[in-house]
Design a protein around this ligand. Structure first.
Ligand code: CMP
Length: 137
């Protein structure tokens, strides 16, 4: 059993896709442990995407992520990190298989519908950033 962070990106929230996307995770058997609709600020996004600082797409990524509300959630279940990544599909929606969330709902890398943690270690770090109230005291 592990937990992972998913962030439904602003464009997908604005398109009204949140319910459909959450249903995919729940139908797979993952349990929603926390969820919130929020406006991510630059400080949170800079910490979240620290590994991408300096890359060509970084400024655009932060601008896109702060362009409107996101839906952040913690999902848990048997190997939740891997299960969510399989459901999401490849990072580039054009390379993601049909049937995956990005393959079905995305068209561009910069608007790739969802972010999800890429490892158990990333999940722990990202959950404590987005849901500090869940941190073990
Ligand atoms: P995400 O899972 O949120 O993690 C980093 C994000 O950067 C990624 O999804 C994409 O939205 C974006 N990204 C990664 N690589 C590129 C790229 N080559 N060009 C534009 N955006 C990118």
């Amino acid at each position: 059993m592990n937990q992972t962070l998913v962030v439904i990106k602003p464009q997908a929230v604005a398109r009204g896709l949140s319910g459909k996307i959450m249903a995919r995770y729940e139908e797979k058997g993952l349990k929603l442990a926390a969820v919130k609709l929020m406006q991510a600020d630059r400080d949170l996004l800079a910490q979240h995407y620290a590994e991408h600082a300096g890359k060509s797409f970084y400024d655009n990524l932060l601008e896109t992520m702060e362009s409107g509300p996101v839906l952040a959630m913690v999902l848990e279940g048997a190997d939740a990190v891997t299960a969510v990544r399989m459901l999401n599909g490849a990072t580039d929606p054009l390379k993601a298989s049909p049937g995956t969330i990005r393959g079905d709902f995305g068209l561009e890398m910069a608007h790739n519908v969802v972010h999800a943690s890429d490892s158990i270690q990333s999940a722990q770090r990202e959950i404590s950033l987005w849901f500090p109230e869940m941190a073990v005291k």
